[in-house]
Design a binder for this molecule. Sequence first.
Ligand SMILES: [Ca+2]
Length: 348
Amino acid sequence: MLGTLGARVIYIVLCAAILMAWTVVLTAQEASAPELAPLPEGDSGIAAKYPGDAGIEKDRAVLFYDNFEDVAKPDELKKKWDFAVVHAEAMRITEVAANVHGGRRALEIEVPRQKEELSPGVGKGLKDEQDVLFLRYYSKFEKGFDQVGSSHNGATISAHYNQNGRATPGVPADGKNKFLCCFEDWRGEAKTASPGDLNIYCYHPGQFDGYGDHFFPDGTVIPNSYARSGAASFGKQFVKRPNIIPELDRWYCYEFMVKANTVGKRDGRIACWLDGKLIADFPNIRFRDIDSLKIDHFGVSLHIGSNTIRANKKWYDDVVAATAYIGPVAKDKKAQPKTGGAGGGGAR
Ligand SMILES: [Ca+2]
């Protein structure tokens, strides 16, 4: 009897010891998970120091600035957008006040009603390649904008995605060749309100197939959502946020950050802001396995795979690229603001 009881006591003590050891191991793992650095929001960025963006291009962290005030026609865009001005015939420099965010001019892109794919846009090459880039721009979709399916209708930050002057769609990222992030809207079905849900289209070594993944603020990853959404792709620290469809015929301040990972670590990160409000944060990303793969390009565009419903327009203004958070244009006390600005509306 005593022998059996003794064995049982030893067994219980052993189980408790194993449980305690596991608790210690798990706690140590929790403790070793790196804290996510907090992200700035609102008017705490570079733009706050330069009301109306006046002089922002002189800031040490600013790599590029274009308010489209010193161009009269699309050919002249090449002065600043030195990588490429693609399909200039689909672009205009507009002076229609409602379609200009700041100053007197803005970039207008129009894809005609047509079945064939069209990719008008402007691109800037970075000779001084970067590990982290913030890109802020104002943009507005035309009232009635109506398009379903393949489209890249926002902005792009990429590393060696363009090779020998050409984009490389359909070639997967492998950690050494390239990565790409586009901040855009996805409307896969006509029943989704136009222009569709904001998301990041991404080429990275963990992508599911030959084309990029879509990352949505609520953690949904397309394709193969069931196995890849939320923590499965973005780790335990991922914070789910509501998906957002922006309103048509309304200017918004868009900004996104792409931070390449340290080689050997999953500390790459993408963050998105709308009118200065953080709306998406995708940590735990592996973009590269070699240090030399760095950001060398950014741009804005309106690519549509097949635009059969109607001609569709979009406008861009007040573009800034920098190595730190930029934020919305700060109020210039001398000028009247043209839009409601902050507020981050359009959430659903
Ligand atoms: Ca302007």
